[in-house]
Write a protein that binds this ligand. Sequence first.
Ligand code: XLS
Ligand code: MG
Length: 347
Amino acid sequence: MSSPTQYRFSFGPWNISEGADPFGPPVRDAFPHEEKFALYKPMGFDGVQFHDDDVVPGLESLSAGQIENKADEVATMLRNQGLEAEFVAPRMWFAAETVDGGYTSNCAADREMAWERTKRSVDIARILGSKAVVLWLAREGTYIREAKNARVAYERILELIDKVLDYDPEIEVWIEPKPNEPTDVAYVPTTGHAIALSRASRDHQRVKVIIESAHAMLAGLDASDEMAFALAHDKLGSVHLNDQNGLKYDQDKNFGSANLRSAFDQVLVLEEAGYGGNGEFIGLDVKAMRTQPGLPVLDHLKNTREYFELLLDKVRSYDLTKVEAFRDDRDYEGLERYTLRHLLGCT
Ligand code: XLS
Ligand code: MG
């Protein structure tokens, strides 16, 4: 029997102490960005997920050389802390030019700006030794469907992916699908859309997906099935584990906090496929509750990591021989009882 996967965990600095929300006063101060990295290892995290401007703040007004110097500094800091950069994502949704999307904007100058910014993210990823850029296509969609030509928009996204693959012969592109928010309707809402784009690209082995549990749920889909679909295509670059209580705003709740059984199913799918065996991270995208004071606020990250480990114990003690027997008898009532009793700790 092969030895059990030693999972490694990652999260992005945006998961720590962002104290403001759109509907009330800040409940906690922002924690200084550069001090966040020292918090990773003591909490049991080995990977940092980055936006390009988490690495190089204010990069839009810096020269390529200045960006490189700052990225070099961060690379040294990561080495000193024993941390790995999991991915770098162009934060394409705050610039004035990308209000109506970057890659799919109707304006050629905006699309050019988006491409330039994406190249800088690839440069930064290369300097940090990260193998992937993540495209969370936040504003690549519309508020009214007539605003853009959807067929052309898909072509533009594919063209961009091909350009990234050409620009760097080693970089991987991981698409993070999400069906809505900030746009009303997004062009790449599901894993299936992302994998279709991958297959249509000029080097599909370098185009994968990162699946966020809550994003799948917002699309009305089962997060574990989305992960299974990507794994079946050998295209699960990473995950953003979290939870979501129904079809609302993007909540980024603690993994398992809204639906423990769904969280169990996700861990089961990952473990069964040997995910993590090639160095893939268990990435978390969880936010502190809006009511939570403190500085820095970290318990949601520690707790979600712990919930993953506890669910992993449940997955590893789930009796697959029994499961098979229930399946053979098509006794799903019995299978559900076994599963729920197992989750509830009954022997
Ligand atoms: C949004 C995402 C985003 C990315 C990287 O849900 O988590 O922050 O992962 O752009
Ligand atoms: Mg995410």
